[in-house]
Design a protein around this ligand. Structure first.
Ligand SMILES: NC(=O)c1ccc[n+]([C@@H]2O[C@H](COP(=O)([O-])OP(=O)(O)OC[C@H]3O[C@@H](n4cnc5c(N)ncnc54)[C@H](OP(=O)(O)O)[C@@H]3O)[C@@H](O)[C@H]2O)c1
Length: 252
């Protein structure tokens, strides 16, 4: 028996597929053979991704992960178009402020949970029946190494990502018997999107890089292989795991 990283014939949804990491994830899945649905609030941004990837089957669909009816409408459109949902990447996420925990307001914390945790849960809940109907599926939650590394100012975000990791483990336990694998990827600072601010911010990054075994910020492309692996049958016995792609900082 060999292993299979091919996604030919599979349909993958990438929430937040128009963002910094989402574009990389979308391209990687499409190159591996999947039909990929890019889903976020601003349809024009998702359509721009479709135009960047004309050689692949990429489809833009509006989605607000904080609105259950929007998630259901997105899933129905995907099922109408492709007939099945095989892979869900819960990548939509926000990191809208920096504050100590003492200064973090309840409404800020709720907003983070609404998108980063409840949004991921509801997307999973809505897509799971289609996966269960075919007895197979892979859900990948985009967490963060912030869940495991203390970083001043990012506490509320870190708490939301730690919750997402626990959600990953819980769903893996509940849905494994139905054929759905649920894993998480936890990137470190990849220099784009929510981590765009690290570009040129040497004062902030110096202590982080000092304790990072590989000694540098990540390149966003360095998450692509892990996404394809976890989405594919190559990871058929892998569930409930979190793969840290962070230069080793969370394990040192
Ligand atoms: N970049 C990094 O270094 C890094 C490191 C660790 C973890 N992460 C995680 O990786 C994921 C992607 O991050 P990124 O850096 O690529 O961020 P980004 O560039 O800001 O992209 C975020 C994406 O999420 C979408 N989004 C936000 N709120 C949404 C909502 N309510 N419903 C649907 N879509 C929504 C955005 O599109 P719209 O605004 O159009 O909705 C956008 O496509 C996040 O979960 C983030 O926490 C990133």
């Amino acid at each position: 028996m060999g292993y299979d990283l091919n996604l030919d014939g599979k349909t993958a949804i990438v929430t937040g597929g128009s963002g910094g990491l989402g574009r990389i994830v979308t391209r990687a899945l499409a190159q591996a053979g999947a039909s990929v649905v890019v889903a976020s609030r601003q349809l024009s941004a998702s359509e721009a991704v479709v135009r960047e990837m004309v050689d692949y089957e990429v489809f833009a669909c509006p989605l607000d992960v904080t609105d259950r009816s929007s998630i259901e409408a997105m899933a129905n459109r995907v099922l109408d178009r492709y007939g099945h949902i095989d892979v869900l990447i819960n990548n939509a996420g926000i990191s809208p402020f920096a504050a100590s925990m003492a200064n973090t307001r309840a409404d800020g914390m709720k907003k983070l949970f609404e998108v980063n945790v409840v949004g991921a849960l509801e997307c999973a809940q809505v897509c799971a029946p289609a996966m269960i109907s075919i007895g197979a599926g892979s859900i990948i939650n985009m967490a963060s190494s912030a869940a495991a590394v203390g970083i001043e100012g990012l506490g509320a975000y870190a708490v939301s990502k730690a919750a997402l990791i626990k959600l990953t483990e819980q769903l893996a336990g509940e849905w494994g018997p139905k054929g759905i694998r649920v894993n998480a990827i936890a990137p470190g600072f990849m220099g784009v999107g929510v981590a765009n601010f690290v570009q040129g911010n040497t004062d902030f990054m110096a202590p982080v890089l000092e304790r990072t075994p590989l000694g540098r910020v990540g390149n966003p492309h360095e998450i692509a292989g892990a996404v394809v692996f976890l989405a594919s049958d190559g990871a058929s016995y892998v569930t409930g795991q979190t793969l840290y792609i962070d230069g080793g900082v969370s394990r040192w």
